[in-house]
Design a protein around this ligand. Structure first.
Ligand SMILES: Nc1ncnc2c1ncn2[C@@H]1O[C@H](COP(=O)(O)OP(=O)(O)OP(=O)(O)O)[C@@H](O)[C@H]1O
Ligand SMILES: [Mg+2]
Length: 318
């Protein structure tokens, strides 16, 4: 365009000013066309985001304070009892089949088994994230269906397999265990969870922002924050879904110390992947493909020479 413009100008057909204006406008016009592509992708990304927000808005809300449907008026003398519980996420595939399990007050019970066996699902049923298809579950004497969700979930402190931290400060993330907790209570809980030392090493201490996806914290640090949250909650029953992700041995030791502190004086149900951590459990249930195949103490299970013994051998041979 420049060469053609100069030629036209030499021929006296246009003046230099017009050529400069045309060149400038042409730059703007091509900029517009070049950007249409990225503009369309931006719109598409926004639409997907909007669809997710609206899906969230339209999802059903749980009624925390309503008693929805009392299934049975039965009672139990155990802290936790599951009677003939079956469950499937999808219609055809049974994830839990005829689970019978009881845990006395103050006991530490462990569930072990193959991956995908349904261990985490048991905890989800106890807290009614899902409802069992058959059978009945009792917590602290009463059916879980004769308590409101709020009453039920107040009984548990839950440390999930992948601890979820919300976007916000570390302090807010811990205080989520007990809304309205004082700063002193939060620090006390963090100390007992062996989290205080690493928290104060951050320039902003307890006010450090946990990034989206908590990328600024290590796996062990996240777990200890989740444990601090559970310590702060101070519920009667502790549900612990041991993380499968590998931690280095120092971090693992700290997490184990924090867990030991958390378990003191509580009824505990722990899902264990490292069998060394549960040798002292009062009772161990071994789950395989949704069924309890063995139960007993560590010693009893070893002498049975069954699945538990195989899992144990497998972990300690290599
Ligand atoms: N939300 C879900 N929707 C559908 N299926 C699910 C869902 N959560 C789990 N499952 C399926 O249910 C089965 C049991 O899952 P669960 O998470 O209870 O296993 P797990 O014993 O905790 O395993 P891991 O040791 O790997 O944590 C698996 O086959 C899994 O694919
Ligand atoms: Mg699990």
């Amino acid at each position: 365009m420049l060469a053609f413009g100069l030629y036209m100008s030499i021929m006296g057909k246009v003046d230099i000013g017009t050529i400069a204006a045309i060149l400038h406008l042409q730059g703007n016009a091509s900029f517009l066309f070049e950007n249409i592509g990225s503009f369309i992708t931006l719109i598409q990304r926004s639409l997907v985001g909007a669809a997710r927000v609206f899906a969230l808005f339209s999802s059903p809300t749980e009624s925390y304070s309503l008693l929805d449907r009392a299934r049975s008026s039965g009672v139990s003398n155990q802290m936790i009892e599951m009677k003939a519980v079956s469950f499937s996420y999808e219609n055809d595939k049974k994830v839990l089949n005829n689970i019978n399990l009881s845990i006395a007050e103050g006991n530490m019970t462990a569930i072990v088994g193959t991956s995908g066996g349904g261990k985490s699902t048991i905890l989800k049923l106890l807290m009614r994230f899902y409802d069992a298809d058959n059978g009945e579950i009792y917590v602290n004497g009463k059916s879980i269906h004769s308590r409101t969700l709020r009453e039920l979930r107040d009984l548990f402190a839950y440390v999930p397999q992948d601890a979820y931290l919300f976007m916000g400060t570390i302090e807010e993330n811990i205080s989520y265990g007990k809304i309205g907790a004082s700063k002193e209570e939060i620090i006390e809980a963090a100390k007992r969870a062996y989290a205080h030392d690493f928290i104060v090493e951050f320039p902003n201490g307890y006010k450090t922002i946990v990034e989206e996806g908590s990328n600024n914290l290590s796996g062990g640090q996240k777990q200890r924050i989740a444990i601090a949250r559970a310590i702060l909650k101070n519920a009667q029953i502790l549900l612990l879904d041991e993380a499968t992700s590998a931690l280095d041995s120092e971090s693992e030791q700290l997490v184990q110390l924090a867990i030991n502190c958390l378990m003191k004086g509580k009824t505990t149900l722990v899902i264990a992947h490292k069998l060394s951590t549960i040798e002292a459990a009062d009772e161990i249930f071994v789950l395989k493909k949704g069924e309890i195949v063995e139960k007993g103490s560590h010693k009893e299970l070893i002498s049975m020479k069954g699945l538990y013994n195989n899992l144990y051998d497998f972990q300690f041979k290599c």
